[in-house]
Each structure stands twice: as C-alpha cells, then as structure tokens.
Design a protein around this ligand. Structure first.
Ligand code: PLP
Length: 469
C-alpha cells in the first residue's frame, strides 16, 4: 500500500514512513492511493469477534507489507488491553433508534486514546526497525497532550515534550500530564497562552537544523495512522446493529475532521453508511461550508466543548482531494487562497459530491446544556458536552431518516468536564477508579519561558535522539 499527498508534490511513502512523517513535505496530507475494499462477507464475519481481532482485519490492508502481520497483531492486542471496557468501544442505547458509541474508556477518558495508544506502539516499532530515535513535541490545551503522554510513556525510541499554558489548564488535565513518572516524558509549563505554545511548536518544525538534530515528529490528528485506527469502531458498531445487512448513519462531534473522516473511509471500503452528520458547536465553519459552499475562517469562540473550538479543520483537505477527483493542483490553489484570503469557494461538482455523503448541524451552547439535562432526565445517562453536541445533532438528523439506526460518537467521559455537567444536571460526575487519586499524586513539570530559544535548549538537553547521535 502506497500513500500520496493531497497536494501532489511529495514522494509516495509506505505505511510506516507515512506514520513517522505526519505532514507531507509539500504541506499536504497523505491518503492511500486506493481505498482497500472489504467484501460484505468479511464485514459480516466481524460479528462476534473481539475488538482487537476486528481491528487487525481492518487495519492490515492499510499496513500492507510495511509491518509483519504477527508484530501488527501483537501491537493491536497490547494497545486495546489498556481499555477499561471488554468491548473497548461499547454502544449505549439512548432511544429507539439512537445509540451512543462510547469511545472514552481509554486511559485519559477521551476518544483520542483509541488512535494514540496504537500510534505510540507503531512509531516505536518503526523507529526500532530503522535503528532510530525520535522526539515528539506537542502543544496542547488539554486532551491531546494527556493522550500522547499515556501512549508514549516508557517507550525506548521516543521522548515526548508537551507544551501546555502554565496555569491555564484544569487541575485534572494538568495532572494527567504531570503525574506520569516515566523518564521519557517531559511536561513543559510554558509561561504563555495556548496560542504561544502552538506558535513555538510551528517554529520548531520550521527550524530544519533542530528538526533533524532531534528527529522531530508530531502526533496531531493529521497523522494518517490515527485516522486508520479510528476506522475500526465504525465497522464494529455498525456490525453490532446489523451491518452489512442493513445500513446505519453516524453523527460525529467534529473539530479537526479526523474522526468523521475515518467514517467516510469506512464507507469507501464498503461499509453501508447512509448519512455522515458533522456536528459542530458554535465554531461552525463546517456547517456553514456545507450550507453555502464557502469555507471561511472566523474567530474562535470558547465553548463548553473546548476540543471542538477550532478555526481550521485540517483533515477536511483529505475530503476535498477526493471531491476534486484527486487533483493535487486544485487543492494547492484552494489552500493558497485559504492562506491569502482566509476563505475559498468549493465548485458545484465537488460540493455535490460532499453533500452526497455528509450533512452538518451546528449546536449552540444553550442547546448543548439543554441536551445534557434532557438525556439525564430521560435515562439518567450523563453526556459530556462534546457528546451532547453530537446527540442533539443526531436527533435532528434522525427525524429526517427515522428508519436508519443513528450512531453518535461519544468522544469524552463526563468526569473530564464536571463544571458543565453540574451546571446542566446538578450532579457531580465521578472519575473512574484508575484516576480517583489523581489529585493526590506527585507532580513533575518544568516551567519554561515563553521563548523558542529557551524551549529548544530545554529539549536539546534531554532528547536521547541527540545524545545518541
Ligand atoms: C478531539 C476531540 C473531538 C474532535 O475530533 P476531530 O477528530 O478533531 O474532529 C471531539 N471531542 C473530543 C472530546 C475530542 O477530544
């Protein structure tokens, strides 16, 4: 299996090279040359298998011969043994025909664990095979940093440095990053904001000498291996509700478009999916784009669902590439317009192609709180604010397609957002047992000045990729 860039000017890579590269050298994102096809009998055969067995069937065609099957199988089994539910991603029924796919049973209580737990193992394996070490640097406003730290802790080939804004993340979020004892993990409290952290991260990637010296790599949601790991639960949940013999629809709380893109790829592989509904909070760039054809960046609003508070949905570029008939030149000109004018218009043909698979709905702050309260009252089920955005949009879509089961991605555990839950329901959601003592654990972090030179110096002094060279 070969991977090509959405901007058409980077070399084709195999699966492990793509996972280590993250972004393509032409600024584009990698996609497989063709989508592997799963026969209806193969999909039907997923019923009754464990999550790890299903994952192996679905992921193996993307890996091709880049990793021996035995090693892939071990990494998958190991990654999903860390989840607290035997089904890994179980379904909860919220109404006659609406189901919540609980993606938050991993170590950090958010859906990012599902992909990150596998990505850490894949990267470590690929680096070992090449006799290399790498340095992962990330900037986080909370969730991604914790998921990356949990996934990479204790791995020999990788050091992880996570920049978070000092004093500006919640206690639980900070402690998920600072209470990990492994020596390859470094939590950096930056004396600045999240935007400062992100600007420093971009600067580090632009510094070619630093990048090469430390083997710099990223694990953000544009990494193709993360998308692949997310395809699995679209298949397992659909099969649990009768696929491939009957179709299902999905609604996905969306930020960077990584999760719902995985649902689109599942459909391309042969899963019968009727509608894919993009659910956004008040940061509604994608809902506006589907309604008008104009992709236009506006300011970010802070909401109760912070992991969806973004201006640019990076993975949308992958969908555009397909919608434009895989024309890299067309994507280059759209992205150039985005850089210059903060907006571009999608042509009629590609827009119709997108609308053939996707719907979109934006859910206000008020509607989110009402949905948390309504579902709690109806069934005592506590939704986190991200999942609540999805459920509100999912019920709206279900009204139009009532005959097809609607599966909503439940992307975080409510205990991660206790203030929003208490405001909507009066209930304080408890942390699961493995995190119950997190407020008493010993913390370890370094405060570093809001200055790229200071951050580089800190990383150079600790990155093993450098000391080994
Ligand atoms: C990251 C995240 C999302 C958005 O997922 P994308 O793949 O970026 O669209 C939604 N909910 C939660 C809780 C998240 O952490």
């Amino acid at each position: 299996m070969r991977y090509i860039s959405t901007r058409g000017e980077a070399p084709a890579l195999n699966f492990t090279e793509t996972a280590l590269a993250g972004l393509a050298t032409d600024g584009g994102l990698y996609l497989p040359e063709t989508y592997p096809q799963l026969h209806a009998s193969t999909i039907a055969g997923l019923a009754g298998r464990t999550y790890a067995e299903a994952a192996e069937t679905i992921i193996a065609p993307f890996v091709g011969d880049a990793i021996p099957r035995k090693n892939l199988s071990e990494m998958i089994a190991d990654a999903y043994s860390a989840f607290r539910h035997p089904a890994v991603t179980p379904l909860a029924q919220l109404s006659d025909n609406l189901f919540l796919l609980e993606l938050f049973h991993g170590p950090t209580l958010a859906f990012k664990d599902v992909a990150m737990q596998l990505l850490g193992r894949l990267m470590n394996y690929a680096l070992k095979a090449h006799g290399k070490r790498a340095t992962v640097v990330g900037a986080t406003s909370g969730d991604t940093g914790a998921a990356a730290i949990e996934a990479f802790r204790g791995l020999d080939q990788v050091d992880v440095f996570i920049l978070y804004p000092h004093g500006r993340v919640s206690d639980v979020q900070r402690r998920q990053m600072t209470t990990v004892a492994d020596s390859n993990i470094h939590a950096i409290a930056l004396e600045g904001t999240f935007d400062d952290a992100q600007a420093i991260l971009k600067g580090l990637f632009r510094d070619a000498r630093f990048r090469d010296d430390v083997g710099l790599t990223g694990v953000n949601s544009i990494n193709w291996a993360r998308v692949v790991a997310q395809i699995v639960y679209y298949f397992t949940s659909a099969v649990a509700l009768g696929a491939p013999h009957r179709p299902v629809s999905f609604t996905v709380p969306t930020g960077n478009f990584g999760d719902i893109l995985a649902g689109y790829v599942a459909k391309k592989m042969g899963l019968p999916v009727e509608r894919l509904v993009i659910a956004t909070n008040e940061n509604d760039i994608l809902a506006r784009t589907l309604a008008t054809g104009r992709y236009e960046v506006r300011g970010v609003k802070a909401t109760q669902s912070p992991s969806m508070d973004i201006q640019v949905s990076s993975n949308f570029e992958r969908l555009l590439f397909d919608a434009y008939g895989r024309d890299g030149g067309a994507i280059r000109s759209l992205m150039a317009r985005l850089d210059q004018a903060r907006a571009f218009d999608i042509e009629a043909g590609p827009l119709a192609a997108i609308r053939a698979d996707f719907d979109a709905a934006s859910v206000s702050e008020q509607e989110t709180a009402v949905e948390i309260a309504r579902v709690y009252k109806a069934s005592e089920y506590i939704l986190d604010p991200h999942s609540a955005v999805g459920v509100a949009a999912g019920f709206r879509a279900l009204a139009k397609h009532a005959h097809t089961p609607m599966i909503v991605a439940g992307t975080a555990h409510p205990a991660k957002f206790p203030d929003a839950i208490r405001a909507a329901t009066g209930v304080h959601p408890a942390l699961p047992p493995h995190l119950a003592d997190i407020l008493e654990r010993k913390e370890r972090f370094d405060v570093v000045a809001n200055d790229i030179g200071a951050v580089e110096k800190f990383i150079r002094a600790r990155a093993r990729a450098l000391t080994a060279a």
